[in-house]
Ligand binder design. Structure first.
Ligand code: NI
Length: 181
């Protein structure tokens, strides 16, 4: 994904915590809606918005839409996850944990700017849904990409990562991450 590939695609304003759409369970799309030109354009705008805001994933309601769709992607070689994440657009996602192993790590959210918190989540998951051709999508993820999938799928169910924290003690301003003592 490069900026050049997204020239001419509108960037949305990301909705912030407190906007009611972030607490809504979003409408699932029928296969014919999933493969529509409108959905494809929305997915491209979501990808452009994610890139503009330097996110790793973005959900429909973060772009002001009441539709169960998320986009994720991260270029290779960055600090957050050197392996990168392939640009992926999923409609009506459903996540299932595989195995009992969990992992705790920092999360942030474009709708909750400048904060990070520790969230424990299943380490390996399966993701199913529809792709932009309206065809079944199924993949397994582990580690950081699995965390992104779970975070974005939560958004589509009206949840944010703060709801998944065991407590708010780890909630940290971005500028204070890594401070000792
Ligand atoms: Ni988020």
């Amino acid at each position: 994904m490069t900026k050049a590939s997204l020239v001419g695609i509108a960037v949305r304003k990301v909705t912030l915590l407190g906007h009611p759409v972030l607490r809504r369970r979003l409408r699932r799309l029928k296969p014919e809606e999933a493969r529509s030109a409108e959905t494809r354009r929305l997915a491209r705008e979501m990808a452009a918005t994610m890139e503009e805001y330097d996110g790793v994933g973005i959900a429909g309601n973060q772009c002001g839409e009441d539709l169960a769709i998320f986009v994720m992607g991260l270029p290779k070689g960055g600090q957050r996850h050197p392996a990168g994440i392939e640009l992926t657009m999923v409609i009506n996602p459903v996540v299932k944990a595989i195995g009992a192993e969990t992992e705790e790590d920092w999360e942030g959210c474009l709708s909750v700017p400048d904060l990070r918190g520790r969230v424990k989540r299943p380490r390996t998951i399966s993701l199913s849904g529809l792709d932009l051709d309206g065809k079944p999508f199924e993949r397994t993820y582990e580690g950081f990409p699995a965390r992104v999938v779970q975070h974005e799928t939560d958004h589509l169910n009206g949840l944010v990562y703060l709801d998944r924290m065991d407590g708010l003690e780890s909630l940290t301003h971005l500028s204070e991450i890594g401070r000792k003592g």
